[in-house]
Design a protein around this ligand. Structure first.
Ligand code: ADP
Ligand code: MG
Ligand code: ZN
Length: 495
């Protein structure tokens, strides 16, 4: 046990998925590869131009705030954050400082609540492309893209928890449809503040936090976890040697898996914030908030609970279905088809355990089996050829013993490739499982007659002989005999 307790706070930037930029009509298109295509006098900071607030971007931030239990400011305003950098054409970034749009939220990670200090709206910068020669190029396609910044309180206590927080936030943003939040694409960027405090210094009433270090350039969830882990160890070593932690900004070197110093506190800039004179204050009415609230879909945490309660699935299956919304939706469409079948089924009403079995079968074939035919199930599910009706029918055929498990594999593969009806496939490929006892009995009698030695062996107590006899039946039926029924019939006949 280390005598130091890590304290972590995250600052997360997210590009919003609006059609146009934050303050002009230029397209917000991260896929545009040609430089300086989506630019205009406003987002390149020409004199005399006026910004106009993108309403959709404001709504997206409010939705995010509501999803994270924040208070929404009735009135907030934009400010100018002044600094000089070649990717910032105006010489300032329009941001929010004194009053953010959302504040005082929370997000539960496992059983711990992480408080969210604020979420505000700002604009992204352009991109510099450094050439090998002694010049750099600038691309302003990204300049002015709506950017949301979320800041947590220093409530996170491990690198794993920080990673989970970022992943859960990404999932929520995707559910809300406000951002794809892909870290590798720079749509979500995480900065981690890390400090250590001595656990034994409890004597003081007020727990004082240690000096923090801020880590930038974290481009993946793995990097978030690894960089924090590294930083905790680095600081621990310093403290053990009775050295002081310097408050500084550090970068993350992916190749070396190490953080390195970028700039210290003394070099910190003064941004000379002041209210943006070209924009009116942001006034949000109670009705607007109500309307946005009503547009929030079921969020991951609720969905996990519901999937557990309604379907009794394993934690692992739930995680897969919840983490990829289209897959979860597809699963639920199949289940609702199965429910239709249960209702109209001519047989007696299926029992609760029977329903449970159908759900388990669906989860199993959807998650584990289908994966065998696809490189990326999560992507493929968006354009899968199998209709939910056909998938449900397939599950029912298995449940009723009309296809064997080998037959099911072949059928599923064919359905996946062609989208064909499962009952057609099993007819065409002769995959129907033989469960007819009269038919099987005839074959079994034949096998008994032709294999006196194994039959004798079995009667003498050699149980392996039964496997051989069943194997003979399978051979005779080209694998189509229902093995459970065959085993039972042999048992009856060889008593
Ligand atoms: P600064 O003024 O240096 O930007 P802030 O108080 O604004 O610091 O906090 C920025 C981020 O750093 C927040 O996410 C916050 O939770 C986190 N943070 C603040 N103090 C500490 C600390 N001692 N250790 C770890 N994280 C911290
Ligand atoms: Mg700060
Ligand atoms: Zn523009």
């Amino acid at each position: 046990m280390s005598k130091y307790q890590p304290t972590i706070g995250l600052e997360i930037h997210v590009q919003l998925k609006t059609k146009t930029k934050m303050f002009c009509d230029c397209l917000n298109d991260f896929q545009e590869k040609r430089p300086n295509i989506n630019i205009c006098p406003i987002c390149t900071g020409q004199p005399g131009t006026l910004p106009v607030i993108n309403k959709k971007a404001v709504e997206m931030v409010i939705k995010t705030g509501l999803a994270l239990s924040c208070t929404i400011a009735e009135e907030s305003f934009f400010e100018r954050k002044n600094y000089f950098y070649p990717d910032l054409p105006k010489g300032y970034q329009i941001s929010q400082y004194k009053i953010p749009l959302c504040a005082n939220g929370k997000l539960k990670i496992d059983d711990r609540e992480i408080r969210i200090r604020r979420i505000h709206l700002e604009e992204d910068t352009g991109k510099l492309i450094h050439s090998k020669e002694n010049f750099s190029l600038v691309d302003f396609n990204r300049a002015g893209v709506p950017l949301m910044e979320l800041v947590t309180e220093p409530d996170i206590c491990s690198s794993k928890e920080a990673r989970k927080f970022a992943q859960e936030l990404q999932l929520i943003l995707r559910y809300l449809g406000v951002s794809d939040a892909d870290m590798e694409k720079g749509q979500m960027r995480v900065e981690a503040n890390v400090s250590l405090r001595n656990k034994n210094q409890r004597a003081e009433k007020k727990q004082v936090l240690g000096t923090k270090v801020e880590i930038k350039n974290l481009n993946s969830f793995r990097a978030v976890e690894k960089a924090i882990e590294y930083e905790i160890e680095r600081q621990e070593e310093l403290l053990e040697r009775k050295e002081k932690i310097i408050q500084e900004t550090r970068g993350w070197n992916e190749t070396k898996q190490k953080t390195f110093s970028q700039r210290t506190k003394e070099e910190a800039e003064d941004y000379r914030y002041f209210p943006e004179p070209d924009l009116p204050p942001l006034k949000i009415t109670a009705n607007q908030i109500l309307k946005l609230k009503s547009e929030i879909p079921e969020l991951p945490a609720e969905k996990r609970k519901r999937f557990k309660k309604e379907y009794g699935l394993s934690e692992k299956d739930i995680e897969i279905l919840v983490n990829f919304k289209p897959l979860g939706n597809y699963f639920e469409e199949i289940i609702s088809e199965l429910k239709e079948w249960e209702k109209t089924s001519l047989n007696k009403k299926p029992s609760k355990t029977e329903v449970g079995k159908l759900i388990k079968l669906t989860a199993n074939y959807l998650i584990s089996e289908l994966k065998k035919y696809t490189k990326n199930l999560e992507e493929d599910i968006r354009r899968i050829k199998i209709t939910p009706e056909n998938f449900a029918e397939f599950i029912i055929l298995i449940h009723q013993g009309k296809i064997s498990s080998t037959g099911a594999q072949i059928t599923l593969e064919e359905m996946y490739k062609t989208g064909a009806d499962p009952s057609h496939i099993i007819k065409e490929k002769n995959l129907t499982q033989v469960s007819d006892e009269n038919e099987l009995e005839k074959i079994i009698e034949e096998i008994i007659k032709n294999n006196p030695q194994p039959v004798q062996d079995y009667k003498n107590g050699k149980t392996e002989a039964l496997q051989f006899l069943i194997g003979q039946v399978m051979k005779e039926t080209k694998g189509r005999a229902n093995p459970k029924i065959v085993a039972r019939l042999f048992g009856q006949k060889l008593k």
